[in-house]
Design a protein around this ligand. Sequence first.
Ligand SMILES: Cc1cc2nc3c(=O)[nH]c(=O)nc-3n(C[C@H](O)[C@H](O)[C@H](O)COP(=O)(O)OP(=O)(O)OC[C@H]3O[C@@H](n4cnc5c(N)ncnc54)[C@H](O)[C@@H]3O)c2cc1C
Ligand SMILES: Cc1ncc(C[n+]2csc(CCOP(=O)(O)OP(=O)(O)O)c2C)c(N)n1
Ligand SMILES: [Mg+2]
Length: 570
Amino acid sequence: MKLTGAEILCQSLEHLGVKHIFGYPGGAILPVYDALGKSKLHHILVRHEQGATHMADGYARATGGVGVAMATSGPGATNMVTGIATAMLDSSPVVCITGQVGSKLLGSDAFQEIDITGITMPITKHNVIVTRVEDIARTVREAFIIANSGRPGPVLVDITKDAQQASTEFDWNASLPKLPPKRVRPSLDKAELDRAVELLNSAKRPLILAGHGIMISGAMKAFEQFVRAGQFHVAMTLLGIGCFPANDPLNLGMMGMHGEAWVNHAIQEADLLIAVGMRFDDRVTGDLRTYAKSARKIHIEIDRAEINKNVRVDAALVGDAREVLEQLLPCIDKKERTAWQSRIAEMKGDSAVRDIQSLPDTGHLYAAHVINDLWKETGGDAIVVTDVGQHQMWEAQYYHHNRPRTLITSGGLGTMGFALPAAIGAKFAKPEADVWVVVGDGGFQMTMCELATIVQEKIKVNIAIINNGFLGMVRQWQEFFYDKRYVATPLVAPDFAALANAFGIRGERVTSRGDVTSTIRAARACKESVLIDFRVEQEDSVYPMVPAGASLHEMIRRPHNPLVETAAEP
Ligand SMILES: Cc1cc2nc3c(=O)[nH]c(=O)nc-3n(C[C@H](O)[C@H](O)[C@H](O)COP(=O)(O)OP(=O)(O)OC[C@H]3O[C@@H](n4cnc5c(N)ncnc54)[C@H](O)[C@@H]3O)c2cc1C
Ligand SMILES: Cc1ncc(C[n+]2csc(CCOP(=O)(O)OP(=O)(O)O)c2C)c(N)n1
Ligand SMILES: [Mg+2]
C-alpha cells in the first residue's frame, strides 16, 4: 500500500515503540502533523521548542529509552539547539525530527529555511537531511539505533516538505537500516585487564569514581557486586548519583567542586582510582596538575576518545561498563583495608553526623532545609528534576537518592530552564512516579511557559521554586571572587504562586521552616500539580567549594555556623 512520507514517518515511529512526541507545529512539518492526527502517537504540544527537546531528554533519562521531539523548519529548529546541546553533553538519547523547506528550494534562503544540519553538526551524535520519501523509514530506524547505542546522544533528522508529501510503497520489514557494519568489539585487551586486576588486588587505598555510564549501561547490579567483592568505597559524580544507594555505608557521596570535603580528600589520598563510566570533567578534577597525584588509575569507559583525554590512566578498559565489571568480578580478592577505612572515617569526622534539621530554628529558611525535608517527606522515592545553580548543588547534597534515574539534571551544559520541561518528559515516561521540579527563581523564568503544557495535558508535576531573589550561583562567585559586586544578579520575579494560579495551577508560598513539611505533604496529597514558592535565605552559599582551577583539596569551607555543611546520614 502506498503511503505519504508523513504517514510513513508516523508508522515507523509506532514500529519503533514510540508513544509520545513532544513538539510544536509549523508550515514545513504540517504534513507530518496531519498524519499524526490519524496515528496512535500521543503528541504533547509544548510552548517553546526548547521545551520539547528538554522533555524528550527528561523522558529518555527517566527510562533509558529514546525521547522524541519535533519542530518545524527555521525558528522551530533553531529553538531546539540548546536542548540538543544539553542532551549531547550528558549522553542522552534524543531523536529530533524537523521539517525542512521543499528540496527544490534548498539553498535559496526560502521562507523559514535554515541549515539545521549544519548548525547542529557539532552538537549531535549524528544528523541527516532526508529529501526522498523512500529514505524516511530507513533513516528514522537508523536514527534510533545511533541515538541509543554505544555512547548515547542526540540525532537530528531533517525531512523536506516534498519528501513528507510524496508517496511510496511502505514495507517496514524491507526498510532495513544501512549502517556501517558494527565493529566487532575486540574482547578486552588482555594486558590492560591483567594490569587492572593487579592494581585492584594490590591497592591499599582504592576508591571508585562512579559515573553516569553505570546507569546508561544498566550495570547497577554488576557494579554493586564489584563494590562488595572488593569492599571498595564509592564516590559519585553529579550524574552518577543514584547508581549506587546513598544509604550504603560504602557510598561516600558526591565528588568535585561542590562534593563532600572528605570525598575530595579521599581522592587526593587514594593510591588507586577506579573510574567507571565517568569522564573526568573539570568540575570533578579541579587542577589536573595536582589531581590524585598518589593514585594509579583504571578507566572503564565505552568511548575510546575519553581515555587519557583529561587524566592519564594506567589501565584502560574500553567497553560497556556492565560487561567489563562482570569480567573483572571473578578476579577480585576480598581485602580488609582497616587503615584506609579508619582514615576515611577520620576525614569524615563529625561532619557526616551533623544534621541540619536538628539545628535550632533561628527564623531563617535555608534551601538545604527545604530539600532535606523534601527528601524525608518523599521517602527518597521521588524523581527529582533540577535546574542549574545553587539549588542544584544543594539537591545533590541534601536529597539522598537510593535508586537509579531518580535525579535528572543538566550536568555538562548546565542549562538553566531545563528542569520544568524535563520533568514533564519524565512524568510521561513514568506516570506513576512522584515527580518534583527543584528550580531556582532565575531558571524557572526561562521556561515557565511550560506550565501551560502541564495544564493542557492534565499531568501532575510538583514544583519547588528555591526563591532566593538572586541568580544565586553567579552571586556566590561574585561574593567570593568579585568583592561582592552583585552586578546583574539581583533578580525581580513575579509572584510565583499568583502566576501559577493564572495558569490554573495551585500556588503556595512558604517563608518559614515550620511550614515546609506540611506544604510538601499537602502538595503530594493534591491530585493536581502544585507550585510552591519557597522564599529562602538570599545570600547563602554552597559549601564546600573548590574554586575554578584550584586543587581538589583546596576547598572553601563554610566559615561559621548557623548552617552546617552537610546533611544527616541517609
Ligand atoms: C553548577 C554545576 C556544578 C557542578 N558541580 C559538580 C560537582 O561538584 N561534582 C560533579 O561530579 N559534577 C558537577 N557538575 C556536573 C559536571 O559538569 C559533569 O556533568 C559531571 O561531572 C559528569 O558526570 P559523568 O562523567 O558521570 O557523566 P557524563 O558526562 O554523562 O559522562 C558519562 C561517561 O560514561 C561513558 N559511558 C556511556 N555509556 C557507557 C557504558 N555503557 N559503559 C561505560 N561507559 C559509558 C560516556 O562515554 C562518558 O564518558 C556540575 C554541573 C553544574 C551545572
Ligand atoms: C541558559 C543559562 N544561562 C546562564 C547560565 C549561567 N548561570 C549558572 S547558574 C546561574 C544562576 C541561576 O540562578 P537561579 O535559577 O535563581 O538558581 P540559584 O543559583 O539561585 O539556585 C546562572 C545565571 C546558565 N547556566 N544557563
Ligand atoms: Mg535564585
